[in-house]
Design a binder for this molecule. Structure first.
Ligand code: IMP
Ligand code: MG
Length: 195
């Protein structure tokens, strides 16, 4: 696994420190709502954001709820197609609740744009977004992310939940995938999902 990484962008400790800061910010921002008896729920987008969600949730010092959604945002290769499909919906009704959508990475923003519209139609009290990474791309849908972990270059990155063809999710750090890895797969006509 490690030999396929061209460059490490964020080490395990760096990620942990940033998540602690974000957790503290969320704790502060939502304390009053919880105090008033309002419900706060983290909604994570499977599968990429699962690891981030697990670590972030434990840095929020409030009684929050957690739920998961799975959406497929990709045709093949390493670029977003803009086609979004719900593969697994939330288990809970979010009406009247404060929702914090937990994402792994904001690239084109097409996935989140669709998701936010969909969640807003269910009548939550509020919706905010926390994304671990935001890619510095030219064409990105305008999305208000209240909390952003790190900005990252417009390259294909893996680790800490992010995959290429379902691999590298378990790397404890985040790094740039050696382009040879996916170029080779593309040449073999290997159509893979990357969400
Ligand atoms: P978007 O719709 O283009 O913003 O894509 C969002 C989703 O694509 C993310 O939630 C990731 O699952 C996946 N994704 C985007 N860029 C990368 C990347 O560099 N590595 C791995 N997955 C990515
Ligand atoms: Mg994702």
């Amino acid at each position: 696994m490690h030999k396929d990484i061209q460059e490490i962008l964020f080490e395990e400790k760096t990620i942990a420190c940033r998540i602690e800061e974000i957790g503290a910010a969320i704790t502060q921002d939502y304390a009053d709502m919880v105090e008033r008896g309002e419900r706060v729920m983290l909604v994570s987008v499977l599968r990429g954001a699962a690891i981030f969600m697990a670590d972030l949730a434990r840095r929020i010092d409030l009684p929050i709820e957690m739920d998961y959604m799975a959406i497929s945002s990709y045709g093949n290769g390493t670029k977003s197609s803009g086609v979004v499909r719900i593969l697994k919906d939330l288990t809970s009704d979010i009406k009247g609740q404060h929702i914090i959508v937990v994402e792994d990475i904001l690239d084109s923003g097409l996935t989140l744009k669709y998701l936010l519209k969909n969640l807003a139609s269910r009548g939550p009290a509020s919706i905010e977004v926390v994304t671990l990474l935001r890619k510095e791309t030219l064409q990105q849908a305008k999305i208000d992310c209240k909390y952003i972990g790190f900005e990252c270059p417009d390259q294909f990155i893996v680790g800490y939940g992010l995959d290429y063809a379902e691999r590298y999710r378990n790397l404890p750090y985040i790094g740039i995938l050696e382009p040879g890895v996916y170029h080779q797969a593309d040449q073999l006509g290997d159509a893979r999902r990357v969400d």
